[in-house]
Design a protein. Structure first.
Length: 120
């Protein structure tokens, strides 16, 4: 296992976890503590998974998107615990969380593989 890749991807997962939390807390309703923890740890999990994964894929972007999808699912189920508003019902929160997980997975993989050149 490449330690550099694991550290970079994990730190990026934590950073994107806080970014996601701050984006989610921008609404009128306060986010429960357990949901905030779920948001941050969910994105961190994506980073760890990207850092340790050895699944060979044709391109780094597919790897990031796939890891974001797979490991974004627990966060998506957790998002359904949050408050439902007229703008965001639970189904929409579930879908948006999965899509954002895929985007964060892509960004983590992009920064890790391309910017820092920490290949699999």
């Amino acid at each position: 296992m490449k330690t550099k890749r694991l550290v970079i991807a994990t730190v990026l997962g934590v950073v994107f976890g806080f970014v996601c939390y701050f984006l989610a807390s921008g609404g009128q309703n306060e986010i429960p503590t357990i949901l905030a923890i779920n948001i941050i740890l969910g994105r961190t999990l994506i980073g760890v998974a990207i850092g340790i994964s050895r699944f060979p894929m044709k391109h780094w972007s597919l790897h990031g998107i796939t890891m974001g999808l797979i490991f974004g699912l627990p966060a998506a189920f957790g998002a359904m615990l949050g408050p439902e508003t007229p703008e965001f019902n639970h189904t929409m929160l579930f879908i948006l969380t999965i899509v954002m997980g895929m985007i964060y997975g892509f960004l983590i993989e992009l920064i890790t593989s391309v910017l820092f050149k920490a290949k699999q």
